[in-house]
Design a protein around this ligand. Structure first.
Ligand code: BG6
Length: 461
């Protein structure tokens, strides 16, 4: 075998509660912003498919966890829906939700699949959004209470906790680029949401450590390395600025306890600094993570700004750099994302050299493909050889980073079974396991799922 991975490497996949459970208005769950947005603007979702019945995990979790085992998983991440556990955001804990999450966790442990639990995957309860989302101190405190409730209920069995998945996504998609509800376009408010999220995260880390449970807590960040078009100082500066906005805005405070000073300067000059109390900075400083999850899909290529933005246009990070399309880049045409495997190595080496070699794992990586049914073979399963190649080519670079001392502990694919993906709904499929929406959510393991079983049983390929 050419690529052998360290002992006890976490092999598995990731998903989230809102994207897989379905049962949106069952057993006491109340709406999140996704249910509400779909109700008022169904046209913003691919083929008009909303979040009500996503992949049916609420009813089929036993079968699904058996398939995790069958496909060689030793670990799996999902998330607890705040709107299921504490349906009003604040107050009563829903006993039906406790029962459901207990069942899922116990079943995973029974099948030898380590549960990794995330607490927030873009899914703000509607009642909390109405109070201002993470712009509001009350909502920050409510989130911390929700997190603490989860630690107390499930922390005896769940050993790996994550406060947020891709916390920058609700900031950019919801408050800058009109991609998610509440469809605000306002940099100052975006900065306030980012700060509020960072504070909520640090307070949850503090609450977890105070309970002295035998486990670790971290956060999951989507890191998109910024590659400059050239070595021209203007291109280098542009890439540095993009890196500050999209990577270091969260990476620095959660690992080093501080925001990058040059990012603070950019915001200060434009009067975009968020409101905060001096003790907030202390809390962020003192409560850094034990472990980092890294989601990696695509690189960002950047060049110096070519034209002045229109003076009336609302401020965007792209007012300080241009995105750059490298000629002949390798693309995933369905998602419109560049495929650049080496970035996974560059991320790992950056964490090794500039972030104290913090323990991390690849918490998402994957390839979304539209119309996969056309690859169904005569045995009735999807031959997704492109996915196998995608994973292998990323693992080769990850393996190299580990050989050079990067502190990486696992690899999770996005995702276990095809799931609902926000505004893209079921457009692009990412799973090891097909979910057939026309046949009552029938699950069929794809070629990649079978291949993963072999990979993980050999701990390499
Ligand atoms: C990740 C998110 O960034 O990308 C997931 O954590 C999401 O929630 C996945 O489903 C794929 O996104 P898309 O837009 O390609 O379907």
């Amino acid at each position: 075998m050419k690529y052998q991975f360290p002992e006890n490497f976490w092999w598995g996949s990731a998903a989230s509660g809102p994207q897989t459970e379905g049962a949106a208005d069952v057993d006491g769950r109340k709406p999140s912003i996704w249910d509400y947005w779909y109700e008022i603007e169904p046209g913003r979702f691919f083929n008009g498919v909303g979040p009500k019945n996503t992949s049916n995990f609420y009813y089929q979790y036993k079968e699904d966890i058996a398939l995790m085992k069958e496909t060689g998983h030793n670990s799996f991440r999902t998330s607890i829906q705040w709107s299921r556990l504490i349906p009003d955001g604040i107050g009563e804990v829903n006993p039906k939700a406790v029962e459901f999450y207990n069942n899922v966790i116990d079943e995973m442990l029974k099948q030898g699949v380590e549960p990794f639990m995330n607490l927030y995957h873009f899914d703000m309860p509607l009642s909390m959004q109405e109070k201002g989302g993470f712009e509001s101190r009350e909502v920050i405190e409510a989130y911390v209470t929700f997190a603490e409730t989860c630690f107390k209920l499930f922390g005896d069995r769940v050993k790996y906790w994550f406060t947020f998945n891709e916390p920058i996504v609700p900031v950019e998609a919801g408050y800058l680029y009109d991609m998610h509800y509440p469809n605000v376009v306002d940099f100052k408010r975006a900065a306030q949401v980012a700060f509020g999220t960072t504070l909520a995260h640090a307070k949850a880390v503090k609450a977890y450590h105070a309970l002295n449970l035998d486990g670790k807590i971290g956060i999951i960040l989507n890191l998109t390395p910024s590659y400059p078009r050239s070595q021209n100082p203007a291109d280098l500066r542009a890439a540095h600025i993009a890196d500050l906005f999209f990577n270091r805005s969260f990476l620095d405070p959660v690992t080093r306890g501080e925001f990058p000073s040059d990012l603070v300067e950019i915001l200060r000059e434009r009067d975009f600094l968020p409101n905060y109390e001096p003790e907030d900075l202390e809390i962020i400083k003192e409560n850094t993570v034990d472990i980092l999850g890294v989601n990696y899909y695509q690189p960002r290529r950047v060049k110096a700004k070519e034209n002045m933005p229109h003076p009336d246009a609302p401020f965007m990070p792209e007012h300080l750099f241009d995105n750059y399309e490298m000629p002949f880049r390798k693309m995933n045409p369905y998602r419109g994302w560049e495929i650049y495997e080496q970035a996974i190595y560059d991320i790992a080496i950056n964490l090794r050299d500039n972030y104290g070699n913090i323990p991390f794992f690849i918490s998402e990586n994957g390839m979304g493909v539209e119309g996969e049914e056309r690859y169904r073979n005569s045995d009735g399963f999807i031959e997704d050889t492109y996915r196998i190649e995608f994973i292998e080519s990323h693992l080769k670079w990850l393996h190299k980073a580990i050989a050079e001392g990067a502190n990486c502990h696992g690899y999770h694919l996005w995702t276990f079974m095809d799931c609902w993906s926000w505004a893209n709904a079921y457009k692009n499929r990412y799973g090891f396991v097909e979910v057939n929406l026309d046949e009552n959510y029938k699950r069929t393991v794809k070629a990649s799922g079978k291949w993963f079983k072999t990979l993980t049983s050999q701990n390499g390929f």
